[in-house]
Design a protein around this ligand. Structure first.
Ligand code: XMP
Length: 490
């Protein structure tokens, strides 16, 4: 009710992050005790409420891996051929699968001695080698027990190997492998197709991934990292290929989501692939949020022009300052589906403000573009390391990439009117280093606001309107900064 009253006071005004500040509230816990998990879509949650932007200088496989391992999610951009984008999705889905795709094998012609020599030469410290016959078929497995109880070094492998090998089909997932290996008490599970070995699970790896679940990893039911990918309106073939590679979430990613093209694409995806959650965007009004919800969207993405590289507001004179836009979408949806706040995040304090305005997660471009894992080109400028970061609507991105033109509704022949710029951001280290600062900052916000969880923050958070003088006061002032802080930039 407080936020509703507050925002209604500014009904005809557009507010953004620096226009508001959060009010402290009583807390009987410490920031470190707070839980910052949230809802990404109707069916997918995140352990930290962060997405990396679907931009060609921000999210490819490496960034998406790093984001999911921190508990968030990456949206792989669509300025890639569909097959290449799908390979990036696969890379994330298979990053933690415990599957050895090219196992070390020995042949029936080997003896224990020849195997011992090869092991010493190559430094293999493990046991459990599949044994192949001369036709390349799996005929046994040489376990550490077989080796330990063998009487002679010269023994032929065929005499000592375990012959009744328990195998499984090539599509066996990590969880199924774990169950089979538990049931049969085996250390290795070869995956076999018509007698040929295609891959191998090793119990030690499988067990580590299943039993010692890293608390942060954002994983699906099969313990694979989660990943999202961008598609455009009418991108049916791309969506099909991404579905084949088991993408978790599709993001219909455009600059104007309140359009027939986006609405139609959202409902096409939901009809065709009901098991995939779909996010529609970008939007900035309640009407647009309801239209996407009615089309079947599992979340909406809000942001018309707040991004650091965006020029939409000046080129087209269109857009709504981000706090007001988030509130408009979220208040219309009333929590029915989650809201992703996309763009404009500069400092960690902006995140809690986005959440109190009604968002459930935030998407970030410039914050992550400078990391080790971003695909942006790393350059040296005046002796310091920077990373190239460009808008998807920048001249070069639009000139060279169809995905960018599609995002802005331009056909190939159009004269390009850019809505973004290209620049560079300071090198920022690893995603993990950056995300830890943003998570810590968000936990500090929750602590100050007396909220133990994001849903609690969303229902009890309160804003105060910041005056021009208040905004100056908020930043470092009357001092020359001599040492950079890892979490402060202007
Ligand atoms: P930040 O502020 O996190 O913003 O760097 C990232 C978001 O900006 C959007 N985006 C653009 N918007 N012109 C725009 O008007 C562009 O060229 C452009 N490229 C990206 C996008 O929503 C992204 O997530």
């Amino acid at each position: 009710q407080y936020i509703q009253d507050f925002m209604n006071t500014f009904k005809y005004e557009g507010l953004t992050f620096d226009d508001v500040s959060l009010i402290t509230q009583y807390a009987d816990f410490l920031p470190g005790d707070t839980d910052i998990s949230s809802r990404l879509t109707r069916n997918v949650s995140v352990k930290i409420p962060f997405l990396s932007a679907a931009m060609d200088t921000v999210t490819e496989g490496r960034m998406a891996n790093a984001m999911a391992m921190m508990g968030g999610i990456g949206v792989i951009h669509k300025n890639l051929e569909p097959e290449v984008q799908a390979q990036q999705v696969s890379r994330v889905k298979h990053h933690l699968n415990g599957l050895i795709s090219d196992p070390i094998t020995f042949s029936t012609n080997d003896t224990l001695e020849t195997i011992a020599i090869r092991r010493a030469e190559k430094g293999y410290s493990f046991n459990g080698f599949p044994i192949m016959d001369n036709d390349g078929k799996l005929v046994g497995i040489l376990t550490s027990k077989d080796i330990r109880f063998s009487r002679s070094k010269r023994a032929s492998v065929t005499d000592i190997m375990t012959k009744n090998v328990i195998t499984a089909s090539p599509d066996t997932n990590l969880k199924q492998a774990y169950e089979i290996m538990q049931e049969h008490k085996i250390g290795k599970l070869p995956l076999v197709d018509k007698g040929k070995l295609v891959a191998l699970y090793s119990y030690a790896d499988v067990r580590r991934l299943i039993e010692n679940e890293e608390p942060l990893f954002n994983r699906d039911e099969q313990y694979r990292l989660r990943v999202a990918a961008g598609v455009g309106p009418g991108d049916y073939e791309r969506a099909e290929i991404l579905n084949d590679r088991e993408v978790d979430v599709l993001v219909v990613d455009t600059a104007h989501g309140h359009t027939k093209g986006v609405i139609d694409m959202v409902s096409w995806v939901k009809n065709k692939f009901p098991h995939i959650d779909v996010i529609g965007g970008n939007i900035a009004t309640g009407e647009a949020a309801l239209a996407l919800r009615d089309a079947g969207a599992d979340a909406v993405k809000v942001g018309i022009g707040p991004g650091s590289i965006c020029t939409t507001r000046v080129v087209a004179g269109v857009g709504i300052p981000q706090i007001s836009a988030i509130y408009a979408a979220a208040s219309a949806l009333k929590g029915e589906i989650p809201v992703v706040a996309d763009g404009g995040i500069r400092n960690s304090g902006d995140i809690a403000k986005a959440l109190v305005a009604g968002a459930d997660t935030v998407m970030m471009g410039s914050v992550l573009a400078g990391t080790e894992e971003s695909p942006g080109e790393k350059i040296i400028y005046e002796g310091r390391q920077f990373v190239i970061y460009r808008g998807m609507g920048s001249l070069d991105a639009m000139k060279s990439r169809e995905g960018s033109r599609q995002r802005y509704g331009l056909s190939d022949d159009d004269d390009i009117v850019p809505q973004g710029i290209e620049g560079m951001v300071p090198f920022a280290g690893t995603v993990s280093k950056v995300m830890k600062q943003y998570c810590g900052g968000l936990q500090a916000s929750l602590g100050y606001c007396g909220a133990r969880t994001i849903p609690e923050l969303k229902s009890t958070g309160k804003f105060v309107r910041v005056s021009g003088a208040g905004a100056v006061e908020a930043h470092a002032h009357d001092i020359k900064i001599t040492k950079e802080a890892p979490n402060y930039r202007r």
